[in-house]
Design a protein around this ligand. Structure first.
Ligand SMILES: *Cc1c(COP(=O)(O)O)cnc(C)c1O
Length: 414
């Protein structure tokens, strides 16, 4: 790096990276040498995977792999251009129709990623003078979308309808867009969509829900959190295809008027190459599986219940989540890394999510339909070991009477 950047830049980058390391929030990637799944291989070792968003275990489903192989034969490997030029092919069109049907909306528009869908929608809809009112814990792409839009970004306390209502009641020159994650990606709790919808209705605001983690998992037909509530009236619904559906890409579903508008104004859909048609064809098949195999969702619900009972029996610091995202609140980033390392020693792969990604450090455990009950037993046992070790460390600290840190939620069971 020293050779290619001027010295002042070099110094800035080095300092910022050093600060990250010092705070135990330095990030790095780990290269897996296996497909995504219940078990993954890292540096030659197998790990039970409790970190992916492949909630239904579809990312390496043999039927989807075969569907993609056949689609590549028919459609090739790339779309060749943007949708509006000549990149919009039959599999894209069929997928948009299927996504509209799955979510119970009149129409849908494909985007290449969820990040781009969120940037594109918020930028297209809002302008200077408007307000984008968001839950504090919304996904980064939603916050970034508001910041790029020129509208004013307001954030309300997590899931706090009174706090939202205050923002909605305040005067504003322009229009108001309210945005929330459906299932919150790092906490696993579900937005109170009926309450959000009635607030929006009362204040003439437009509601946008990003259901990246609910789609495929929740709802009687896998249509997501809105379907779970029996609501198909949320005007703007974003879903991503790289999580429960196992492939890649994203979409916005809503009225024909909304989709027509976004086709004309959403820059992240207009100025980008369409996703490969074979990927769209694979996602179509994934939607079929989601609908034909409700037992995957059922099994996942049982695993969630089983995990929560086991974790509660140990008094682990569980968050209040009924979804496959089951985070454990830890007292520091260093402790999150320590538990992650201990779990890795036991052959379990779990993400340690730390600031600035989230306000407070945690282990983000995710369960998938590919897991078995015995996998959850292994996880619970390994977590019990982490807890024991922490208690015995604390015991020896007490003996040396050097305790200076405050008691935290995570250590309360000692
Ligand atoms: C993952 C995620 C996204 C981004 O979707 P990608 O397709 O991975 O870019 C957007 N919103 C939420 C809530 C997410 O969890």
């Amino acid at each position: 790096m020293t050779a290619c950047a001027p010295q002042a830049w070099d110094q800035r980058m080095t300092e910022r990276l050093e600060a990250r390391r010092a705070q135990s929030v330095y990030r790095q990637r780990h290269t897996l040498s296996s497909a995504q799944g219940r078990e993954v291989i890292y540096q030659g070792q197998p790990y039970l995977n409790f970190a992916s968003n492949d909630y239904l275990g579809l990312a390496a489903d043999p039927r989807l792999m075969e569907a993609q192989r056949l689609a590549v034969k028919q459609w090739g490997v790339g779309a060749g251009s943007a949708h509006l030029v000549c990149g919009h092919q039959s599999p894209h069109e069929a997928l948009e129709d299927a996504l509209a049907t799955l979510t119970g909306r009149p129409a849908a528009l494909l985007f290449s990623t969820g990040y781009m869908a969120n940037l594109g929608v918020i930028q297209a809809l809002t302008q200077r003078g408007d307000e984008v009112i968001q839950d504090r814990l919304n996904h980064a792409s939603l916050l970034d979308g508001a910041q790029l839009s020129g509208a004013r970004l307001k954030r309300y306390q997590h899931q706090d309808i009174a706090s939202l209502s205050q923002h909605l009641s305040a005067p504003c020159k322009g229009l108001k867009l309210v945005v929330s994650d459906g299932v919150f990606s790092m906490d696993g709790d579900c937005a109170d969509i009926p309450a959000l919808a009635s607030q929006c209705q009362a204040h003439q605001a437009l509601l946008m829900i990003d259901d990246a983690h609910g789609l495929g998992v929740l709802g009687p037909r896998g249509g997501g959190l809105c379907q779970d509530y029996g609501l198909d009236t949320v005007p703007i619904l974003v879903g991503t295809l790289g999580k429960a559906l196992g492939t890649a890409g994203a979409f916005v579903a809503g009225s024909h008027a909304l989709i027509d508008y976004l086709t004309n104004f959403a820059r992240t859909a207009i100025y980008t190459t369409a996703q490969p048609p074979a990927v769209a064809a694979t996602t179509l098949k994934a939607i079929e599986l989601v609908q034909q195999e409700p037992e995957r969702r059922q099994h996942l619900r049982q695993l969630i219940q089983y995990f929560r009972e086991g974790a509660q029996a140990l008094a682990l610091p569980l968050l209040n989540s009924q979804t496959p995202i089951q985070p454990l609140a830890l007292s520091s980033s260093a402790q999150a890394l320590d538990w992650q390392a201990q779990l890795a020693q036991a052959g379990l792969w779990v993400g340690a999510i730390r600031p600035p990604t989230v306000p407070s450090p945690r282990l983000r455990i995710t369960l998938t339909a590919a897991h078995q009950i015995s996998d959850i037993d292994r996880l619970i046992n390994a977590l019990a070991q982490c807890l024991n070790k922490q208690c015995s460390n604390r015991q020896s600290e007490i003996e040396e009477s050097v305790i200076t840190e405050p008691q935290t939620q995570a250590t309360s069971s000692c």
